[in-house]
Unconditional design. Structure first.
Length: 109
């Protein structure tokens, strides 16, 4: 997720002239009432972020750094997270898998 620096709100994805952008639209009356120096719209081209992000990901997952990266990702997870969402997702996945099983072919005599 990408957040707007002036207001710390999550930016929304939007296409403009065929290019992907992130946009934060902050109504002027809210900016004035909350004393936030914020333009009406803040735009960030997605490709301005994906290039540096791709470079970083490629370096983080090189063969000689992958163990370090995976350890850092595991250490960054919350300690007290609930397994309920994962269990619910697995149950839904199992239900769909069961429903999608093909029917057996008709028997011929």
């Amino acid at each position: 997720m990408i957040y707007c620096a002036p207001c710390d709100r999550r930016m929304q994805g939007q296409y403009n002239h065929g290019d992907a952008y992130y946009r934060c639209r902050f109504p002027q009356e809210y900016a004035l009432a909350n004393q936030v120096p914020h333009p009406r719209n803040v735009y960030l081209r997605e490709d301005a972020r994906t290039g540096p992000l791709d470079t970083w990901l490629a370096s983080a997952f090189t063969p000689h750094r992958i163990e370090q990266t995976l350890t850092a990702l595991a250490d960054a997870q919350p300690l007290n997270h609930s397994a309920a969402p994962a269990t619910a997702a697995q149950t839904t996945s199992d239900h769909r898998r069961t429903r999608i099983q093909p029917e057996p072919p008709p028997r011929t005599l």
